[in-house]
Design a protein around this ligand. Structure first.
Ligand code: HEC
Ligand code: HEC
Ligand code: HEC
Ligand code: HEC
Ligand code: HEC
Ligand code: HEC
Ligand code: HEC
Ligand code: HEC
Ligand code: HEC
Ligand code: HEC
Length: 334
């Protein structure tokens, strides 16, 4: 294989900065790789110390990816080659890793990692993004943000709900694949609901948005990188979100129903509900939250013909519940 490395070797500066600024590391795990009894594995804290030193020294490999692939080839159980089928493997892209430090743009300088470890010692670690990694979310993210900071879609990342809750980019994204599952319409909902179990339950309720059939994805409504709007919605408000698809409910109408203008989610659950039409409560209870049960609305209404109203209850008569444009629609009957 040809040498992939470019002459222009930049250092991954942000990592080191974030590392020095972060005071609290998690010291939780000890020897996690205890397969071989002779090898003493480093604690997370020791690994971080070592990685920090490595970054200061900044010893990058001369042959870039080629030197890594000697060991991390398709035969290895730690295969590195799959990066080349994904977006980050594009060789011609100067702004991508392959136009820069290649594998080491993300995994840090090789240092002594490619040297055989001394007897009884662990191989010098690289930055790892997997579950057993010694790095916390902020440290992992600092690597990605060296390139993805100026991207307009990530402007809101810092301070976002996910960032504030120590979620890492790589908790959602996988890079050594051709197609990152979270970027796929068919798989995204599964990735999101692996953490958001409440929403997972909701979208299997009696009525729901068509999320479970993959006709809709979470990011039709949400921006996972940004929490500028309530509930990290893409739209400025809940109503703008709903109306972006249900434009027929858009006002102004001659006769408006106040709660409809205020907030669709007063009556509707966005992900799913045990009642039809995503309603949070059944009619008439839903209506009676606000409308006094004194007078005709308290019990089954008997109309002029003496017929009791059943089934759709209040909606039998007040069917234009989202407002009416009819001149005599003030009671939402027409
Ligand atoms: C001489 C063989 C060899 C070379 C060259 C090599 N590695 Fe490794 N690498 C290994 C072995 C073996 C492991 C597993 C270490 C362990 O289990 O403790 C490993 C583990 C890793 C890991 C997992 C995290 C860790 O520290 O355990 C990453 C990431 C990694 N290597 C990246 C790279 C990159 C990037 C390069 C090129 C700059 C590279 N490696 C070069 C042998 C090598
Ligand atoms: C050396 C720079 C660099 C680093 C480091 C980097 N990326 Fe990227 N990334 C890019 C470039 C360039 C693209 C292509 C951008 C485009 O198409 O607009 C990209 C694209 C992506 C995409 C879109 C992929 C697709 O298939 O469309 C995702 C997701 C992504 N990066 C996540 C990450 C994550 C997570 C990390 C950290 C583990 C990371 N990146 C680290 C440069 C980088
Ligand atoms: C909660 C899950 C989640 C987290 C955490 C996350 N992303 Fe994403 N990311 C997504 C989803 C979903 C998309 C697809 C966006 C869409 O369809 O609107 C995406 C898209 C992207 C894209 C490519 C498409 C674009 O909009 O340009 C890049 C690049 C990216 N993310 C980088 C990052 C980086 C860097 C981080 C960490 C700082 C990060 N992401 C954290 C879920 C996440
Ligand atoms: C854009 C950043 C990026 C680049 C470039 C990159 N990797 Fe990775 N690597 C990751 C992330 C993130 C993971 C976690 C698994 C995943 O996302 O697929 C990973 C996982 C790995 C692993 C599995 C072990 C572990 O601890 O995570 C190895 C080994 C590895 N990469 C080696 C390489 C090699 C070799 C190259 C160059 C040929 C390379 N990587 C290029 C980001 C990158
Ligand atoms: C690794 C776990 C994890 C994954 C994967 C994940 N989230 Fe989250 N998400 C969280 C945590 C933790 C919070 C903050 C606490 C909470 O609200 O549950 C959160 C919060 C949110 C919020 C509330 C934001 C706010 O401003 O109130 C939304 C919306 C959200 N996530 C959507 C998504 C979407 C969409 C995806 C998939 C693209 C996703 N999440 C993937 C863990 C995750
Ligand atoms: C049709 C639009 C829409 C879709 C699709 C959607 N959401 Fe939401 N989501 C909302 C609205 C509106 C809110 C705010 C109102 C509320 O909390 O009831 C919200 C709130 C949330 C919250 C915060 C609620 C809380 O209890 O703190 C999370 C987390 C969330 N959504 C996750 C998801 C996930 C995960 C998916 C995909 C499985 C998803 N959403 C799909 C519209 C949507
Ligand atoms: C991204 C587009 C989109 C957004 C945003 C959206 N919806 Fe929907 N909504 C749909 C689709 C698609 C259906 C299913 C229609 C079908 O099956 O024919 C639907 C169905 C519904 C239904 C009927 C459910 C049933 O059981 O038949 C209600 C009620 C509803 N949406 C309310 C809302 C509310 C309230 C909001 C805002 C929180 C909202 N929608 C946001 C696309 C959207
Ligand atoms: C006061 C309670 C209430 C509010 C607020 C409300 N709705 Fe509804 N909505 C209902 C009821 C009740 C139904 C069921 C109507 C039926 O069964 O005939 C319904 C049905 C729907 C339906 C599916 C049937 C249809 O008419 O298309 C959609 C879509 C919908 N609402 C969207 C919205 C949107 C968008 C908003 C906010 C702009 C909103 N709703 C606000 C009570 C409400
Ligand atoms: C969150 C509170 C709320 C809910 C829930 C609600 N409404 Fe209303 N409704 C109002 C308010 C406020 C008005 C305006 C009252 C006024 O102007 O005196 C109104 C007006 C009305 C009117 C017009 C009568 C008038 O005095 O203007 C009718 C009819 C009505 N609602 C029926 C219903 C029905 C049927 C339901 C259930 C599907 C329902 N409402 C649910 C708050 C609510
Ligand atoms: C059989 C038709 C019918 C049914 C069913 C019905 N209404 Fe009415 N509603 C009317 C008519 C006609 C008026 C105007 C005359 C009146 O005040 O009785 C009215 C007036 C109202 C008003 C405005 C005046 C007032 O009484 O405050 C509200 C609010 C209202 N209805 C809510 C409800 C609710 C809530 C339900 C269900 C529990 C309901 N209605 C069921 C026909 C009906």
């Amino acid at each position: 294989m040809n040498h992939l490395i470019s002459s222009n070797q930049k250092t991954v500066g942000l990592w080191a900065v974030a590392l020095l600024m972060t005071t609290a590391f998690s010291f939780s795990t000890v020897a996690k790789d205890a397969k071989t009894t002779v090898v003493k594995t480093l604690s997370n804290a020791q690994q971080i110390e070592l990685l920090t030193k490595k970054f200061k020294k900044g010893k990058y490999s001369k042959k870039g990816a080629d030197s890594c692939l000697k060991c991390h080839d398709g035969e290895s159980d730690r295969d590195g080659t799959q990066i080349f089928v994904g977006r980050h493997g594009a060789l011609a892209d100067a702004s991508g890793p392959m136009g820069q430090l290649q594998c080491e743009s993300c995994h840090g300088p090789v240092g002594k990692h490619d040297k055989r470890p001394r007897k009884g010692k662990q191989r010098e670690p690289m930055l790892s993004f997997d579950k057993n990694s010694a790095l916390n979310a902020e440290q992992k993210n600092s690597v990605c943000l060296t390139c993805h900071d100026n991207d307009h879609t990530r402007m809101g990342w810092l301070g976002s709900e996910h960032e504030s809750n120590d979620i890492a980019c790589v908790d959602c994204h996988i890079l050594h694949v051709e197609k990152d599952p979270i970027l796929s319409k068919v798989q995204q909902n599964d990735v999101c609901t692996s953490c958001h179990t409440k929403q997972k339950i909701e979208l299997h309720k009696r009525s729901s948005h068509p999320l479970k059939f993959d006709r809709q994805v979470c990011t039709d409504c949400h921006n996972p990188h940004d929490s500028t709007n309530d509930a990290s919605l893409k739209a400025d408000s809940i109503n703008e979100n709903c109306l972006s698809c249900h434009s027929e409910k858009q006002g102004p109408k001659l006769w408006e129903h106040e709660p409809v203008i205020e907030d669709c989610s007063i009556c509707h659950a966005p992900h799913g509900a045990n009642n039809a039409m995503l309603l949070k409560k059944r009619v008439p209870q839903l209506c009676q939250e606000c409308h006094s049960s004194v007078g005709h609305s308290s019990a089954a209404y008997v109309n002029a013909n003496g017929n009791k109203v059943q089934g759709k209850s209040c909606l039998n008569c007040h069917s234009k519940i989202h407002g009416s444009n009819s001149p005599d629609g003030n009671l939402f009957q027409h």
